[in-house]
Design a protein around this ligand. Sequence first.
Ligand code: ZN
Ligand code: ZN
Length: 168
Amino acid sequence: MMKINVLQAKKEIGSQETFEFVTSAGEIDLEDESPWTGSEIKVDGELTNNGRVLKIKGVIHATAKYQCSYCLEDFTTQMDIPFGDDYQENSSEEVDEEADLAYYNGDEIDIADLVRESIILAEPLKIVCSKSCRGLCPQCGINLNTAKCSCSDDVIDPRLAVLSQLLK
Ligand SMILES: [Zn+2]
Ligand SMILES: [Zn+2]
C-alpha cells in the first residue's frame, strides 16, 4: 500500500508535504523473478498543491540484481529513479484522455501503479556489469575481466575461413 493522504493538501493551495515509503517488489506487484526481488525499495517525494492539480514528484531508490550480458556474472546496481505525475480530482467516469493527467477520487492517492511503472521503464535495455566489461573469450569462454587466456586474437571465424580459402 502506498497511499498518500491528500485531505490537507487539497484544501490549501500552495501547500507542500513530503512522503516516504519502504516497500518491496512483491508489494507493488512486480514479477516474482524481477531484478528487484528480495531488496528493499524506498520511495520518497513531495506532494504540492499548485492550485490546478496535486503534483507528486519523487525518487525511487532500488537495488537491482542482474546478470551481465557480456561476462554472465551476477551484479547488483543501485538505481535512483525519478517519478511523478499530476493528479486531478475526478469522481466521474469521464476522463479527458488528451490531458496528461492522472485522476484520484477521495482523500487518498495510491502511487503503487505509478511507482511500479516507473521502475519497469527504468530497466536498462543493455545489461552490462560495467562499461569496461571485457566479456567472455569467444573461444575458450573464460571471463576476461578476471583471467587471461592464451587464445589468439586473430583466429578467423570458421565461416570466414572458407571465404579466405576461396580468395586465394
Ligand atoms: Zn560483465
Ligand atoms: Zn580464450
